[in-house]
Design a protein around this ligand. Sequence first.
Ligand SMILES: Cc1ncc(COP(=O)(O)O)c(C=O)c1O
Length: 387
Amino acid sequence: MRKVLFIPGPTEVDPDVLVELSKPVMPHYGLDWGELYNSACEASKKIFKTKEFVALLPIPGSVAIEMSILNILEKVGEEVVNITNGYFGDYQGEMLRWYGAKVLEIRNDVGQGTDIEALKETLDLNPRVKAIYSVHNETSTGVADNIIEIAKIARKYDKLFIVDTISSYGGMELEFDAWGIDYAVGYASKCLSSINGICPIAVSKRFLERVKKRKTPVKSYYFDLQNYIREVNKWSAIGHPHPTSVPTSVIRAFHIAQTKALEEGLEERYLRHRRVGEAYRAAFRAMRLDILAKEKWASPVVTAVKTPEGIEDKIRALLLERFGFMIGSGLGLTEGKVVRVGHMGITASPQYMIQLVPAFEVVLKDLGVVDKVGPGIEAAMKILSKR
Ligand SMILES: Cc1ncc(COP(=O)(O)O)c(C=O)c1O
C-alpha cells in the first residue's frame, strides 16, 4: 500500500512537481540554467517578502542554520539568545553550543510562544548578546511563535535576528524585510509540497555588514557568505549562478512548487492553511483529545495532539497498517505523549482531511478511546464549510 504522508514533512508531493522531476536533467551551467535559477530565486524573494540576498543551497535545513552560526560567531564564549519551543529550537541551541557560544536560553512553557518580557529582561541583563535565534513554527509541538514581536525587540536592541522558517515557508505569513529579519531558512518539502534537496535562505545587508567586520575568517570556505557571494557574482554572467554543482532537477521542482504557491496567492494560501488547522483542532477536540499548543499559539500547519497514555504508537501503527496513512510521533519531551499531523501544502485541504479524520476516529474507536465514528469529521466540516 502506498504511504500517504500526513507527517509534518516531508509532505505529499504536488503531482506537477513529480512531472517536472521526470524531465531530462539540465546541466548546472549555461544561460538557460542561469535564467531558471534566477527566476527561482525571484520567486523565493516573493515568498520571503524580501529584496535582500537570496540563495538556493543544496543542503538540509539545519545545515543552512549552521551556515548562519559560522558567519556570526568568531570566538568561544560569545553570547547568543536562543528561543526554544521544543525539539528544533533545542537543536539550534545545541548547534550554537557546538561552536562555543554561550547560549542564553529562553525556554517557553510547552505549547506556548515567546514571553517577550523574559526576552527583554535577558537582553537588558546581557548587553553583549550578538544575535537572537528563534523558530517560526516549532514542528515538534505545533507552536507558531510571534516573530513580529521578537523582531521588534531584536531591532530595538540592535541584535541580529535569525529565524528558522523551515516549516512555515509558503504556509504562514512571513515578511522578512518588513518585520526586520536578518537571516531566514525556508524549505521545499513542507508547506510547498516539493522534495528535499535544496534550501532557500534570505540574508539581510545588516547581516552581511556584520560578517564583513569580522576580525577572523569564517572557519569554512563554502559557508563563508562573503566567499559564496563573490563566487556567485563571478560566475553568474556565464549562467553558473552557484559556486558548486547543484541538483538542477530538484531546483526546477522547487520552482514549480513556488510558482504554484504564488499563482494561488500567498494570502489565500495562508488562509487555507489556517482554516484547515482550525478544522483539525476542532476535529480532535470532538474526539475528546487535547491539543498540545494553547489556542493562541496553535500552528496553522502542524497539529500535535495529546494521546491517552500508552497508545501513541498504536494509533500511528493502526493508521499505517489499515489505511496507509502516516502521521508523526512526538519528538524529544513529547515522545510517546503526542501524535503530530502535518497539514502542509497539498495536504492542507478538505480532500486530504476527509481521508485522515474518519480513519483516525475508526482507529480510536477500535482502541476504545471513543464510542463512535463521526463527531470529528462533522466538527471539521463545520469549520470548512464556513465562509
Ligand atoms: C522547524 C524545523 N527546523 C529544522 C528542521 C530540520 O531540517 P533538516 O532535517 O532538513 O535539517 C526541521 C525538520 O523537520 C524543522 O521542522
